[in-house]
Write a protein of this length. Structure first.
Length: 94
C-alpha cells in the first residue's frame, strides 16, 4: 500500500462507509475507489474530489509538500479520527 492508498482507505473508514457509498459521496465510481485503495495512481481531479468530499487538504491525499497552506497530520487509530495541525490549530475530521 502507498501513503495515498492508506490515506484514502482511512478517510473511508473514518466516514464509516463502504466503497460504493464513499464513491458516491466523492462523485467517483466504486471501481475507482477500489483501484486507489489498492495502490494504483490517482489523478489530481480524483484527489480533489475526495479531498472536497471529506473536507481535508489535497496535500493530505497526495502527500504534496508544495501545496499552499500545507497541514501536517494523519490518522490516529486509537480514536479512529484524522487529525490535522496547522501552526497552533488542531482540526479533527469525522
Amino acid at each position: 500500500m502507498t501513503n495515498t492508498s492508506e490515506r484514502i482507505l482511512n478517510l473511508r473508514k473514518v466516514k464509516k462507509m463502504g466503497q460504493e457509498e464513499f464513491a458516491e459521496l466523492c462523485g467517483l465510481s466504486r471501481s475507482s475507489i477500489a483501484r486507489y485503495e489498492s495502490g494504483k495512481p490517482i489523478n489530481r481531479i480524483a484527489a480533489q474530489k475526495i479531498s472536497a468530499a471529506c473536507d481535508v487538504p489535497i496535500s493530505y491525499i497526495l502527500d504534496d509538500q508544495k501545496e499552499p497552506g500545507h497541514f501536517s497530520g494523519g490518522f490516529d487509530p486509537r480514536i479512529n479520527r484524522l487529525i490535522f495541525v496547522r501552526q497552533n490549530t488542531i482540526r479533527f475530521v469525522n
